[in-house]
Ligand binder design. Structure first.
Ligand code: BG6
Length: 470
């Protein structure tokens, strides 16, 4: 394009966090434990008890977000703060915390974007079978309805479940699949079905209770390349897209299982138990928009022929292709891309491809709810963080978003991960993503002081110029 389209007026420039990774206060003021609080992590890494202590620093943090110019802030509600056992009695101190948080966000003119559930299933529900138990679906609907009732007056944008696809594909990492489960894949696809029902019920409830509000799913979507132009590799890439990406969005947006994913589950003996009423429910629960997280693209090869791709990088890729079924697809190297310190490919053009693919398939407005670079940031002598690598990553991705908009994609917001440093899912606090540095190490909490990074001032300018000056 000679002149790429500008970002739309009112574009929601934002940033994201999740409750268990940023709040701390894991057992304060009546909060019940979640699966995360009961999981074990390598002893050299931080656990999730204090994290960035946002629970006690939120007012200062929100003031910094406002200074950065955020138009929206995406955060999640810890389910077990509202309902310590996931169901039963409401914890009024938890209710009050999120009321204070939302008031503070709105007082600064920032639009709250609320994820209902970001990996932290209440432990009491997990002990009764978690997502394998249909009762969890009832509990989720009640939790969602309670959140709509409590905060619906202040919150217009809602997200149902963060990265449901990653929870299914990496069930053992997030902690919703009990260790030693017999037939883990079949269990996970049944859990997936239950989560889909939970999501549909939350979307229906939201539309019923809050006609002005908007709600959508938030999976992790990545474009999938074939390792070569061999037709067998193209089939493998197609398989992987259907199973990794479209299964989840097709259920959310069309209320049906896609043919390839269905055949895959049938062939492997993973088919969930499903009733006609449930399929009717999935048809009724529809999102208003699609939110998605994007970090990297993926490349796959035909699983029958392991000789076709480089051996070395495949090991790394295989780890990134969770739930991998080596007969259907295998991870492959992509010699065209660089990767970050953690082996994740960096692929801004793949971001544009992903936006186009999702928009063409579903024709719903899109918002990016995560995108970012994890790195070992260093606090310099002058208390500055020179994270030029993060600026490079984000600016390249924003540029591609602009091209996607020019292509015709309807995009209404961008929320990089993360607004402030927080503890990564399984690589500690040292893998930092934030615009704001939190002064602590894995085990030494130091003073938890906040230092805006170089990327903070850069993003401030991006927002100020509505994406013109990257
Ligand atoms: C997404 C999650 O998978 O990626 C976040 O929604 C997570 O919770 C983010 O932190 C980055 O991944 P990681 O493993 O580096 O923390």
């Amino acid at each position: 394009y000679q002149t790429p389209a500008p970002f739309p007026q009112g574009f929601l420039w934002g940033a994201s966090t999740s409750a268990y990774q940023v709040e701390g206060g894991w057992n304060e003021e009546g909060k019940g434990p979640s699966v995360i609080d009961r999981a074990s992590f390598p002893p050299e890494l931080s656990d999730f008890t204090v994290t960035s202590d946002h629970y006690h620093h939120f007012a200062g943090d929100i003031a910094l977000f406002a200074e950065m110019g955020l138009k929206t802030y995406r955060f999640s509600i810890a389910w077990s703060r509202l309902f310590p056992t996931g169901e039963g009695e409401l914890n009024f101190q938890g209710v009050a915390f999120y009321r204070r948080l939302i008031d503070e966000i709105r007082r600064h003119g920032i639009e709250p974007l609320v994820t209902l559930y970001h990996f932290d299933l209440p432990w009491a529900l997990q002990q009764q079978g978690g997502w394998s138990n249909p009762r969890t679906v009832d509990a989720f609907e009640r939790f969602a309805r309670t959140a709509f009732e409590l905060y619906g007056g202040q919150v217009k944008y809602w997200l149902t479940i963060n990265e449901q696809n990653m929870m299914i594909l990496k069930g053992d990492v997030i902690g919703t699949l009990p260790p030693g489960t017999a037939n883990p894949q079949k269990t996970l696809y049944q859990q997936n079905h239950h989560m889909m029902l939970a999501q549909a019920r939350a979307m229906i409830a939201c539309h019923e209770m809050l006609p002005e509000a908007k709600i959508g799913p938030a999976p992790n979507i990545s474009c999938v390349y074939p390792a070569s132009s061999r037709p067998e590799d193209v089939i493998a890439a197609n398989n992987f897209s259907s199973i990794r990406n479209w299964l989840y969005l097709d259920l959310a947006c069309f209320g049906r299982y896609n043919a390839v994913a269905w055949s895959f589950m049938r062939e492997k003996g993973y088919l969930p138990q499903i009733t006609e009423e449930e399929m009717a429910l999935l048809q009724r629960g529809r999102p208003d928009f699609i939110a998605f997280n994007y970090y990297a693209s993926t490349t796959v090869a035909d699983g029958q022929d392991r000789g076709a791709v480089g051996q070395e990088r495949r090991e790394v890729e295989d780890q990134q292709l969770p739930g991998i079924d080596k007969s259907v697809y295998i991870g492959a190297d992509n010699p065209n891309l660089e990767h970050n310190e953690f082996g994740w490919y960096i692929d801004p053009v793949g971001f544009r491809v992903t936006c186009r693919e999702i928009y063409e398939r579903y024709r719903l407005p899109l918002i990016i709810t995560e995108n970012g670079l994890g790195a070992f940031d260093r606090l310099a002598q002058d208390n500055k963080i020179h994270d030029d690598y993060r600026i490079r990553y984000l600016s390249a991705h924003i540029r591609q978003l602009q091209l996607a908009i020019t292509d015709g994609v309807e995009l209404f917001g961008y929320c990089p991960w993360s607004a402030i440093d927080l503890v990564s899912t399984h690589q500690g606090i040292s893998k930092r993503y934030g615009f704001i540095y939190v002064n602590r190490d894995e085990h030494d909490l130091k003073d938890l002081a906040r230092y805006p990074k170089k990327s903070f001032y850069w993003y401030q300018r991006v927002i100020n110029t509505n994406g013109e000056r990257l």
